[in-house]
Ligand binder design. Sequence first.
Ligand code: X8Z
Ligand code: ZN
Length: 601
Amino acid sequence: MRNNTIALGMLAALLTSAPASAGPPPAAREARAFLDDAEEGLLDRWIDSDRTEWVRMTYITDDTQAIAASAREELMDYVGRKAAEAVHFVGTPLTDTLKRKIHLLRTFLDMPAPPDPVKREELARIGTEMDSLYGKGKHCPERLQGKCLTLPDMYEVLAKSRDYDELLDIWTGWRKVSVPMRPLFQRFVTLANEGARALGFRDLAELWKSRYDMPPDAFEAETDRLWKQVEPLYRDLHCYVRSRLVETYGKERVPPDGPIPAHLLGNMWAQEWSGLFDLVAPEPAQAAALDLEAALKARGVDEREMVRIAEAFFVSLGLDPLPASFWERSMFTQPRDREVVCHASAWDVDQDEDLRIKMCIRINAEDFTTIHHELGHNYYQRAYRELDPLFRNSANDGFHEALGDLIALSVTRSYLQEIGLVREASGSALNALMQRALEKIAFLPFGLLVDRWRWGVFEGRIGPDDYNRAWWDLRTRYQGVAAPVPRSEADFDPGAKYHVPANVPYTRYFLAAILQFQFHRALCRKVLHFKGPLHECSIYGNKEAGARIRTMMEMGMSRPWPEALAALTGETRMDASAILEYFAPLHDWLKKQNRGRKCGW
Ligand code: X8Z
Ligand code: ZN
């Protein structure tokens, strides 16, 4: 095993390029045959695992958990074995495509397993167990006398209530759900790191950071660079929002020059602050005009209809309607007769036409956006479905997360008027920008810090005795929020965020937040030749924009991501100047409002 480990570690460096002329030498032919076979076997197990995961997540029981864990184990075993066999091709001259495929095979799993079958079984079981614990999680507040709240039930209270104690109860109540995850997570870290090492990586952090067509350290530096670009805007938004919260709750509860108590920002993780819009709207008299929830409800739009409206946007771009099976097999609403994982996701179960989403939709603006987000995943999956299995992914994971959000950026007031959801398109530009900033700018530091924490854990810089302290250090450093009540190592607050127990990498959402504005700017300026402010541009109905998007999606992961970025935007670097340009008028306004105020924490 040890030999394999070393050899795999050197694999990327040692795989040499084939000469451009002549046919492939015998060893290269052998490599191609090996990969063809590996991909075929991978595809079968991947589909099996997805099928069992769909059933588990839409019907959590001991049995569905066991079945899903077993399929997951089978997939982990297969990928581990094939990646080890690929060592055989070290030193063989290979085409870029074959080299890329070997790298994609090594980095395929978010949760690689140790070669030891007993440990592999344990890891698969823990992975399933943590995710199910989260899915089943409930909070039963005393005041409700036996009635329990699921996570989606709590969202609305957090967004709408201004009752400090009620918010605190919900916030602390949900964080009891993650306490039992702590020992599972700790063991998961040991096992998954062992799995990453067997594949030739230092640890799981290095594996995750190796998926961006650049050295892992350079990728980390890249995220720092992007954060530095947007940090001043975040700090100005934070400063203004805090001042409004001080007025609302008093300075005993919200320190005017300190971090904001995390339960007051309208969201369970303070990751987006849309719930505070009425408190912070630049032109409060016109705030109600932007109430999409009221518009949806007034028109009697139900959950399915919300999805239909989102689908119609994609179709307006020249993309095909979703298949009939999508409407039959998706889960749109929260079943009350069984346990499910409500956290939204999009699936292509047979990696062909079996597209589905799984969501517990509520009729409100946030879920309307999330539906576009999920359909973005489905359209991406469908676009790359004919590529070789290892290329069936987005250019990098930020692209997958950005696609649907790009569409949602075009859900402007004029678009909503055009489709008859609102009567008046005109309104305050600053209000519209503030509403988006509460969603997009507020999110940035959170998008960054979740993996800053996990990288530290996987790399051994953050040990189990520091899990929670390190989490809150990062929350304060990046977001400027603080826990409203003392926390300790008896708590496990990172586990209260879905992607930690589900083991979904999170930096992708930070990248997506930057990329979607880059996509939007390029389409608006270069395809639509739109001259006005970016937030007023909508690509609705534009077939050329649709064709550009489709071209990028169809590349899947077959080429390094800068090429996919260039296909859509003509740019080859991730760059936050588009998001800054989009919000520039609001940023100016915020700076004026904050004049004379002490910002920061
Ligand atoms: O997890 C999601 C999607 C599924 S990929 C609903 N998002 C992140 C989150 O909820 O934390 C979308 C925005 C960020
Ligand atoms: Zn997503």
